[in-house]
Design a protein around this ligand. Structure first.
Ligand SMILES: [Zn+2]
Length: 235
């Protein structure tokens, strides 16, 4: 084994503590937080959060599931509706760390330069058959949508909450295994999900699940893939 490779392996072992390990994640939840985005991969010992923003705090079920675990966060970009609820969460969870990267997580970063709050700088996360493009725009979709690493995505959290500036025909054509899409938005605020996007998905037979209508959306990642919902804010 080459020395450089050995160093890489040892460094990786330090970066991936027990608790953020592949294969143990049981559920992905897209929380109902109004206009914004907060998704969580829940496993036995930890919660990995993708963004923490929205109009209001998620239901108590998030705290029930994550309060006594290690909590990690990846922010796709620094727009208010993706980060502002961190402060609410920190009232209950003091140990909130930047996430180490599980081996199978795929993170695209179209551009490192410039203002991190811009949609064009949004990270794109793919993990356990769920694809979360943050607010990545159609132009940036061209940079990552052809990657073979996202081909087996079954759930798509709609880019930019379902705005017509994201979710291009080209992107959908690449996602041959797609079964569900999720819009994390409040219709009355910016008219998300946009009717063009809904129409595009409908033509492909992909249902659009709206957090506004469904409440928290739970995607079971263990064995059979299934969607469930909770309309009650406290569950
Ligand atoms: Zn946003």
């Amino acid at each position: 084994m080459k020395v450089s490779y050995l160093i890489f392996v040892l460094a990786s072992m330090m970066l991936f503590p027990a608790g953020i390990s592949d294969g143990l994640v049981s559920t992905y939840v897209q929380w109902n937080i109004g206009q914004g985005s907060w998704g969580t991969y829940i496993e036995t010992q930890s919660c990995l959060h993708i963004d923490m923003g929205g109009d209001f705090a998620p239901s108590s079920s998030l705290l029930q599931r994550c309060r006594n675990k290690k909590n990690f966060v990846i922010l796709t970009h620094y727009d208010r509706d993706h980060i502002n609820l961190q402060y609410w969460f920190r009232r209950y969870i003091t140990k909130l760390a930047k996430a180490p990267r599980p081996l199978s997580i795929v993170i695209f970063q179209p551009s490192r330069n410039g203002n991190k709050s811009e949609n064009s700088k949004s990270l794109v996360i793919f993990y356990h058959k769920t694809l979360n493009p943050g607010d990545s725009t159609k132009k940036e979709e061209l940079l990552w949508s052809y990657s073979h690493q996202i081909k087996n995505a079954e759930v798509l959290v709609l880019g930019h909450h379902g705005s017509h500036t994201s979710t291009s025909v080209n992107l959908l054509q690449q996602l041959k295994s797609l079964k569900w899409s999720i819009s994390s938005a409040r219709k009355s605020k910016y008219n998300h999900p946009h009717q063009e996007v809904v129409k595009r998905l409908k033509q492909l037979g992909i249902p659009v699940l709206k957090t506004e209508s469904w409440g928290n959306i739970y995607y079971n990642l263990k064995g059979r893939y299934s969607i469930s919902k909770s309309l009650a804010t406290g569950s």
